[in-house]
Design a protein around this ligand. Structure first.
Ligand code: PLP
Length: 450
């Protein structure tokens, strides 16, 4: 069946340019794709042209487009009972999804609060961590520490936890009680070292920073085990384990922000599992994008059972004083259950590990030493091509789009993060087109400078 966009593209284009406010882009942008459909790893515009999606929307379309099982589960739930606020009632999809998440996380990490977006999940996790200490009478513990180059969302606590000036300037005063720690980058990788064993930097520096602030005032450290939107930074092996030790030593809660990485993206169900043994995890785990595969807005804050129990002693309610009308929306939870069937049934974490390694290898081979490229790095199907400037990266996305491949640039880093269901030969073909686009963008830039 035709969508309205296919019937009246000019009307859509005019409505868009006159009324729709697009986030994260200059108002001057005039020419944009109108997407009208998608199947598997491909999306289609209003002129019927198909594009290979190497960005999974914004890292969220993990199981691809047009998955009938997900759509049918959503339709059935919407017909039965589309939503209900989870204050005082429950619904089957929300309860079953909370149990399903607990089956995938380490023992003890078994209690889930649902929100609508990754940013909301981070807001909730920050409040929960602070409230745990408050209820326990540890009332000096209010500060949240995070890596300076991480990204934790667009709402005020998320922005406060995020270091990048681009995301912070003009939005202040931001909420207080946030400090930044040095982002864990291997100094040998940063120096462009060839084959080497990565060193975990930062622990001494983190200790120094915590000592300045007073470790007894830190409520939680929030960290991405692999940094995503901040530039696809893969901390050296062992980093998350060091963070875990640091938190344990100082009585600090550890919040893993797996909004981008959760449910397979980096080649493990959760990215913290690359570093921690299976029985260990963070104290709070925030997931979103891959949870519902882009079929519905949904996020989850999964916490240790004993932290949940603390709220029974909250003096004002005896429970959590936080929530959203549509947090745990029944139709969204039904979508997520069907998405997780695919994630587990098709073993998407293992696919992401295997295909991601091939794509990373090929991109490195094609782009190593190329003038417009600083570094190619990544883990699983989260790969970054760092170019010499944001303008060069933007130019590369335009050239790639003309060649039929969609990727997103975050600053100077092209982010290659296709749906995890992508076939290996399709991924390698897409990566080859992208590499050509990067080289062409570099030549165009050099031409302009000459
Ligand atoms: N945290 C991380 C690591 C993210 O990558 C994002 C979004 O890209 C967020 C938080 C915010 O999520 P949302 O855009 O759903 O609010």
């Amino acid at each position: 069946m035709s969508t309205p966009a296919e019937l009246v593209p000019d009307t859509v284009r005019r409505a868009d340019s006159e009324h729709l406010w697009h986030p994260w882009e200059p108002l001057a942008v005039k020419d944009r794709l109108i997407l009208t459909g998608g199947r598997d790893c491909w999306v289609r515009d209003d002129r019927g042209r198909e594009y290979l999606d190497l960005r999974a929307g914004t890292l969220n379309a993990t199981v691809g487009y047009g998955r009938t099982s997900v759509v049918e589960a959503m339709a059935a739930q919407a017909q039965r009972l589309m939503t209900w606020d989870l204050a005082e009632v429950t619904t089957a999809p929300a309860a079953l999804l909370a149990r399903r998440i607990a089956s995938l996380t380490p023992p003890g990490l078994s209690r889930t609060l649902f929100c609508n977006s990754g940013s909301e999940g981070i807001e909730a996790a920050v409040k929960i961590a602070r409230m745990v200490h408050w209820i326990n009478g540890d009332r000096d513990r209010t500060t949240i520490a995070s890596f300076g180059e991480g990204y934790h969302g667009a709402t005020t606590a998320g922005v406060a936890a995020t270091g990048a000036a681009f995301r912070r300037e003009g939005a202040g005063p931001l909420p207080g009680g946030f400090v930044h720690l040095a982002t864990p980058r291997c100094p040998d990788c940063a120096a462009g070292g060839g084959e080497h064993r990565c060193r975990v930097p930062g622990v001494a520096e983190w200790e120094r920073r915590l000592a300045e602030v007073g470790p007894h005032t830190i409520a939680a450290i929030v960290a991405e085990p692999v940094l995503s939107v901040g530039g696809v930074i893969v901390p050296p092996e062992g980093t998350f384990a060091r963070l875990r030790e640091l938190c344990d030593r100082h009585g600090i809660l550890l919040i893993a922000d797996e909004v981008a990485t959760g449910f397979g993206r980096t080649g493990a169900m959760f990215a913290f599992q690359h570093d921690l043994d299976p029985a260990t995890g963070p104290d709070l785990l925030v997931t979103a994008k891959g949870l519902s595969g882009g079929y519905a807005p949904l996020a989850a804050v999964t916490v240790r059972e004993d932290l949940y129990q603390v709220f029974g002693r909250d003096p004002l309610l005896g429970g959590l004083r936080h929530g959203h009308t549509t947090g745990g929306h029944a139709t969204a939870c039904a979508a997520a259950l069907a998405v997780l069937d695919i994630v587990e049934g098709e073993d998407l974490p293992a696919r992401a590990a295997a295909i991601g390694a091939r794509v990373l290898g090929q991109l490195r081979e094609q782009l190593a030493g190329a003038p417009p490229v600083r570094e190619v790095r990544g883990r699983g199907l989260l790969i970054g091509v760092e170019m010499t400037s944001p303008a060069a990266a933007q130019e590369a996305t335009t050239v790639a789009q003309e060649a039929g491949v969609l990727v997103r640039a975050f600053g100077a880093v092209l982010t290659v993060a296709p749906p995890l269901v992508i076939a290996e030969d399709t991924a390698l073909r897409g990566a080859a087109i992208l590499a050509d686009a990067v080289l062409a963008a570099g030549r165009a830039g050099a031409g302009r400078r000459a």
